[in-house]
Every structure is written in structure tokens, then in C-alpha cells.
Write a protein that binds this ligand. Structure first.
Ligand code: HAM
Length: 420
């Protein structure tokens, strides 16, 4: 019996992978412009990291983690998100002691969540994420949001919707928590078992429960915005002011709470607001997580970041009909006539490649006509034709595929000619 790919995962094959490479290069370029540096953390971490970081009442920790015991019986988990591992590394590598502060990091990483697969939701997905550690300046909140917006705009997405909210500081959240408990308690019996457990422990999580999302009490639930204390409100106003000053359009969504426990103050999501994009529209989510570094054993350190799903991004680009500027380019294809020419082409190919050019030839014993076709398919800029005459004269006939112009070039000058 054939062995199939695990449900909710994808092979990324040539033909598609060029899009990924392009998108990744845009992310890297942009991060350079914003002065973020790349970090790569392991694909698995101690389970405890996510239980502590993401929160034990979240869907991610309760239902979606790929957790296993290693051979020594230690509980490990394939990373279900990128922030906790970066914070773990920040603490472990003592990045709080770096001369340059805040520490601005980005990652391109596979993420694993045992979810019900559908369009835009997979069991392995990829995130482009950024994290800023060490600054509590609301300008960093605005900077992080602007980076995500710039990324989508650079790729050519048009119908973006930026939603922002503030979850406030500890006091604001506590006041809101009490209001939520009062709101849900009388009718908590109508909610799923998880939500019943969440009521006392973390009532905010009821607001993003996937099971109870249509319950009427969710629509009338007290909104955090009304419980922000003055300090939190002032902070949020600053973030909005900075967004305004950059001309970034956004909506304040008082129901935006995010599905991970580490957030406080600014939270945001970026959605695609295009017809036909399906039910899952959130391309990017993030927010501030002051307190997470301490929770993971480090010194008191503010942080903010986002994660952005690349599979969803590709679907969004498709929905909006965006053609990425991907060109298939080959500098030179060598077409050979006869066995001797084929033998000689091995060294010529090697010389072209050594000179830094991309070059190819046929390895399937194809006719000259079929070799030309293959050259065309591979997007060759030049085709070099090598037969008996060329071998005797030491010259090779080169055709410029754009102009159809044909010239004879000394073999040793071939690379220089193509470069020129
Ligand atoms: P998140 O909202 O759970 O946040 O995920 C971020 C993004 O990853 C989502 O907006 C979505 O585009 C994509 N995504 C999530 N789950 C799936 C899935 N099953 N299939 C496909 N794409 C998915 C976080 O993970 C936080 N760590 C973000 C963050 C960074 N907050 C602060 N820093």
C-alpha cells in the first residue's frame, strides 16, 4: 500500500516553491530595512514552555499540540507557535545583556497544530514572525504593525483590514475578568465543558472558543475597552496616533482578544477583505506580551510581535490575482550534435558554471530539436550549439534567444560573451 502525506500537510514542489522563495526574500529584505535579525530555534521544545507561555486554558495547549515523549521519557512538543521559543532563547542566551536594545528578531518557521484541516488551516503551516524584546515604547507597537502592513503591500495585496484593540495592563484585565465572570456565570451551563472550566480560570478564553462562537452571550459580553484604566488608555491612544501619522488605516475592534494567553495592551490582526477568500481571513496576528519573559524565567522585559501564515498569504495572493515577479532564468543551454560534442560539453558546462553562470544541457539522449525545446522551456537566454565543426574550429555558435541573433565565439570566450 502506498504511504500518503499526513493529513493537513503539504509538499512544496518546484513550480510553487519559487513563490515561497520570493515571499521569503521580500520578508528578509524588509526585515533588513526595519533592522530585525533572523533567529532559528529548534522545531521542538520542552512541552512545559508552551504550557507556561501560551497558557494551559488555550485551545492550542489543550487540543492542538503534537506532544511526544523522547526516549528518556521527557515530554517534548513540536512548536505550535513561534513566540515562546524565541523568548526561551532570549532568556537562555541572555539577550537582555546585548549592547543593542531592544532586541529585534524575525523568523521563518514551520508551526505544528493538530487542527481540523480546511482551506487556510493546516496541521503544519509556516509563519513569518517578528519579535521585539526590551522596549515598552508604544512606537514599537506601531512599528511592528507597520512592518506587517508594508510586507503585504510590497507583495501587492490590496484589500487589507487592520484590526487593533487593547487588552490593557494587569489591573484593567482584572476588572474586565470580573465583569466577564458576572456576565457568563448565570448561564455557563449552556457552554461547552472547556468554557465551563475557563469561567474561573480564564474567562477571556470563552470569547474565542470555536465551539461556542455563536452563543448570544458572546455578542453582549463586556468589552475590555470599557475597562482600560487611564494609563492603558493613554498608551493605546499613542499607538493609534502613530498609526495615523504613518497613514495606516485600521479599525478598533473591541472584541479582538487573540487566542494565546500572553497578550496585554496592544493586540492586532490583519485580515483579507476580498470576495471569495473563504471563511478564514486572518493573515496575521500579534500583540504585546509584557510579562512573558518573566514567566519563562527571565528578567522583567516587555515584548511585542506578530506571526503571519504563509499558506494563507499564498491563498490571499491567489484570490486577489496577484502575479509575483518570478522569472525562470537560465544563462546558457548547450545543444549538442553527436557523441563527441556531448562528451566535450561536460567541460564546457563545468567552465560556465565555474564562471558563475547558470548552465544546463540534455542528459536524456534527446534529438537536437527536442534539446531546443528543452532550452526554451528552461528560459535560456542563450543557446550554444556544439557539433563536429565547432569542435574542430574551437569556436561555438551562440544564439541569443531574445533577438535570434547568432554569432561564433571562441570556446574559451563563451562565458565572457554571455556575461557581456
Ligand atoms: P496566531 O494568531 O496563532 O499567533 O498565528 C499567527 C498566524 O499564523 C495566523 O494569523 C494565521 O495566518 C497563521 N496560522 C495559524 N494557525 C494556522 C493553521 N492551522 N494553518 C495555517 N495558518 C495558520 C501566533 O502564533 C503568535 N505567536 C503570533 C505572535 C508573535 N504574537 C506575538 N508575537
Amino acid at each position: 500500500m502506498a504511504i500518503n502525506i499526513p493529513r493537513g500537510t503539504q509538499d512544496l514542489l518546484p513550480g510553487q516553491i519559487e513563490k515561497w522563495q520570493y515571499i521569503e526574500s521580500v520578508a528578509r529584505d524588509l526585515c533588513k530595512r526595519f533592522q530585525f535579525e533572523e533567529i532559528r530555534t529548534p522545531m521542538f521544545e520542552s512541552t512545559e514552555l508552551f504550557v507556561r507561555g501560551v497558557g494551559d486554558t488555550t485551545d492550542i495547549v489543550q487540543k492542538e499540540m503534537y506532544t511526544f515523549e523522547d526516549r528518556k521519557g521527557r515530554s517534548m512538543t513540536l512548536r505550535p507557535e513561534g513566540t515562546a521559543p524565541v523568548v526561551r532563547s532570549y532568556v537562555e542566551q541572555k539577550m537582555f545583556g546585548y549592547a543593542t536594545q531592544p532586541v529585534k528578531l524575525f523568523y521563518l518557521a514551520q508551526i505544528f497544530r493538530y487542527e481540523r484541516p480546511q482551506a487556510g488551516r493546516y496541521r503544519q503551516h509556516h509563519q513569518f514572525g517578528v519579535e521585539v524584546l526590551g522596549s515598552n515604547d508604544p512606537a514599537t507597537d506601531a512599528e511592528v504593525i507597520s512592518l506587517a502592513v508594508a510586507f503585504f503591500q510590497k507583495l501587492g495585496l490590496k484589500n487589507l483590514k487592520v484590526a487593533v484593540n487593547s487588552l490593557g495592563d494587569k489591573d484593567s484585565r482584572n476588572a474586565h475578568r470580573h465583569a466577564l465572570i458576572n456576565h457568563f456565570e448565570p448561564r455557563i451551563g449552556e457552554f461547552c465543558g472547556d468554557c465551563q472550566k475557563r469561567l474561573e480560570k480564564n474567562p477571556l478564553r470563552i470569547l474565542d472558543c470555536k465551539v461556542d462562537r455563536d452563543h448570544e452571550l458572546l455578542k453582549t459580553a463586556p468589552s475590555i475597552i470599557d475597562y482600560l484604566n487611564e494609563e492603558s488608555q493613554t498608551r493605546f491612544n499613542k499607538v493609534k496616533m502613530y498609526l495615523n501619522s504613518m497613514g495606516i488605516q485600521y479599525e478598533v475592534d473591541p472584541n479582538l482578544v487573540r487566542g494565546l494567553d500572553y497578550y496585554n495592551h496592544t493586540v492586532f490582526e490583519i485580515m483579507l477583505d476580498s470576495k471569495g477568500f473563504g471563511a478564514i481571513t486572518t493573515l496575521c496576528g500579534g500583540g504585546r506580551y509584557n510579562g512573558l519573559v518573566e514567566q519563562i524565567g527571565g528578567p522583567e522585559t516587555p515584548g511585542i510581535g506578530f506571526g503571519l501564515g504563509l499558506e494563507r498569504l499564498l491563498l490571499a495572493l491567489e484570490t486577489e490575482g496577484v502575479e509575483l515577479p518570478i522569472e525562470k532564468v537560465l544563462d546558457c543551454y548547450i545543444v549538442t550534435y553527436g557523441e563527441e560534442a556531448k562528451d566535450a560539453s561536460v567541460k564546457i558546462l563545468h567552465d560556465l558554471r565555474s564562471a558563475g553562470l547558470s548552465a544546463d544541457r540534455d542528459f536524456m539522449g534527446r534529438s537536437a530539436k527536442a534539446q531546443f525545446k528543452a532550452a526554451d522551456r528552461s528560459g535560456a537566454r542563450f543557446v550554444a550549439m556544439l557539433g563536429e565543426n565547432e569542435l574542430t574550429s574551437g569556436k561555438i555558435t551562440v544564439k541569443n534567444m531574445a533577438t535570434s541573433e547568432q554569432v561564433e565565439v571562441l570556446l574559451e570566450e563563451l562565458a565572457g560573451y554571455i556575461k557581456g
